[in-house]
Write a protein that binds this ligand. Structure first.
Ligand code: PMP
Length: 314
């Protein structure tokens, strides 16, 4: 099921999942004028359903829309559409602990446009799909490949927002890494090919001693909502968190590396291959990433007080 809100974003309507109509000369098809978001609805043990920080997703879409010359739904319109879509799919939301409903808002330039210019119309729609527990329940930790040929984003580009144009150009790097047996790619900055940036759909963190470090978002990294949440939790737990430039070489001496994202939560990394050398990391329940993950999950489940109003019951 999807919720479609055409044009002025006010006429929200729920439709069965299916194809949408687009002009062949739509801005999104020809010039990549499109943004995605990602949020999830999950169930608690008592059967109640919640969304995690949907307002943050709304704000990120508004910032992205400004960057991509599009009008955007208001925070309320966005959250209402996400809620409506999640509720309409209530029966597909897995039981507690068995996965979640991934909710994908999409904002695209529609209507005919031939010259390179903003599209004359816009479509905001939301669709949803149930997903299992990614990388949980005893599955193998992630293995990353540090990509030196392809870059995800460049200075002045759209790497800081969830533009659809950020993903196509790295499909080749992802495909190649998967063919070689890695789970995902870790990208480097495009200027020096030296500082780590992020994974294909997740942010990256390093731990050395009791200090946690993560690349500083300066326009080429998506500022993940899970990233923000994990930084706040780490502070609460008394850890020092540094947002700074991180050289790929630092991966060698890190005690632990983990990545964060809506789909995977806080996921430990088992190994990273950089310049043909495989760096291995111990993965155990003692890890700081495990502590951060269990705290995040406990807030989502309502076991720990949600003092920052991150969860929204639907
Ligand atoms: N970086 C990129 C490129 C992503 O696509 C995502 C997924 N939205 C993330 C990081 C993680 O962001 P979030 O925690 O908001 O899911």
């Amino acid at each position: 099921t999807r919720c479609s809100q055409y044009g002025n974003f006010e006429k929200g309507q729920l439709n069965p999942y299916g194809n949408i109509e687009l002009s062949p000369s739509a801005g999104v098809l020809n010039y990549g004028q499109g943004l995605i978001e990602g949020t999830k609805a999950y169930r608690r043990d008592d059967g109640r359903t919640f969304l995690f920080r949907p307002h943050e997703s709304a704000i990120r879409m508004q910032i992205g829309a400004e960057r991509m010359c599009m009008p955007s739904p208001s925070t309320q319109q966005f959250v209402d559409a996400v809620k409506l879509t999640a509720l309409a799919n209530n029966r597909w939301i897995p039981p507690a602990g068995k996965g979640s409903l991934y909710v994908r808002p999409l904002l695209i330039g529609n209507g005919p446009i031939l010259g390179v210019a903003p599209a004359p119309e816009y479509t905001f729609l939301v669709y949803a799909c149930p997903v299992g527990n990614y990388l949980r329940n005893g599955t193998q930790p992630l293995t990353l490949y540090v990509e030196e040929e392809h870059h995800r984003a460049s200075q002045g580009g759209a790497g800081g927002v969830k533009s659809i144009t950020n993903y196509g150009p790295v499909l080749k790097a992802i495909k190649r890494a998967k063919e070689r047996g890695y789970s995902d790619v870790l990208y480097l900055d495009s200027v020096n090919n030296r500082y780590i940036e992020e994974v294909s759909a997740a942010n990256i963190f390093l731990v050395k001693g009791k200090v946690i470090a993560t690349p500083i978002p300066s326009g080429t990294i998506l500022e993940g909502i899970t990233r923000k949440s994990v930084i706040a939790i780490a502070h609460d737990l008394g850890y020092q968190v540094e947002e700074r430039l991180i050289e790929a070489e630092e991966l060698i001496s890190a005690d632990e590396v983990f990545c964060t994202g809506t789909a995977l939560g806080v996921a430990p990394i088992g190994s990273i291959t950089y310049k043909n050398k495989r760096i291995e990391y111990k993965v155990s329940s003692e890890l700081i990433s495990e502590q951060l993950n269990s705290t995040l999950v406990a807030i989502q489940k309502g076991i720990i007080e949600d003092k920052r109003n991150w969860v929204l019951e639907i």
